[in-house]
Design a protein around this ligand. Structure first.
Ligand code: ZN
Length: 206
């Protein structure tokens, strides 16, 4: 049996998506991010990382393997004008951390970052982090690679779970490495074993 999750160097199969149902849900349903964060069962997503202000979670209809969305936890709608400089920088640094973890896990040839959304649906700011695998023909890169109209990856739940776990692990190890380096240089004690935003272990989660 193969290991679940993205396989670097392999082109994922993209299947048609029910765009009508997706549009209907986006335009008439609740804010999908607020619904997800409040625990609405129809809006579950695999959490990759979170801190007090931000959350990173797997795209439910990924067009590229390991595609992650990052959002502020507060319902904020405009990617630039609704954030002051510290909040904007904080969000972008969080995006960078998650993108570095995605690069470590998925080994893309190129990483795409973008924020879309609409005032008529999906208004809550979210950044897309999408890694283009090596070997995609030029005409199938960029917008072609990102559009759900060109199909989505129907990964089985165990693959989604495995990708989220690997991304979380990559984020944690990157953080540990950074903290260890900084503390060693400063002549301080070894770093703690847990960090803000870590998901609780299964024994703590009950
Ligand atoms: Zn919202």
């Amino acid at each position: 049996m193969r290991e679940p999750g993205p396989r670097p160097g392999r082109q994922p199969v993209r299947e048609p998506m029910d765009l009508g149902a997706y549009t209907e849900r986006a335009r008439t349903g609740p804010c999908f991010i607020c619904a997800f964060l409040s625990g609405h069962p129809d809006y579950e997503h695999h959490v990759v990382a979170q801190d007090n202000e931000h959350v990173a979670f797997l795209d439910r209809w990924p067009t590229l393997p390991g595609k992650v969305l990052v959002a502020p936890k507060r319902h904020i709608e405009h990617a630039v004008r609704d954030l002051d400089e510290p909040a904007y920088v904080g969000l972008m640094l969080f995006v960078r951390r998650v993108a570095l973890a995605m690069e470590q896990v998925c080994q893309p040839q190129r990483t795409y970052l973008y924020s879309l959304g609409s005032q008529q649906g999906n208004a809550h700011i979210h950044w897309h982090i999408a890694g283009l695998p090596p070997g995609v023909p030029y005409e199938n890169q960029q917008f072609h690679a990102l559009m759900a109209e060109n199909g989505v990856i129907n990964a089985p739940p165990e693959d989604m779970e495995a990708v989220a776990a690997r991304l979380h692990q990559a984020l944690t190890s990157t953080l540990e490495e950074t903290v260890r380096t900084v503390r060693t240089k400063a002549g301080l004690e070894p770093p703690p074993t847990r960090y803000p935003g870590d998901r609780p272990s299964p024994t703590e989660a009950s």
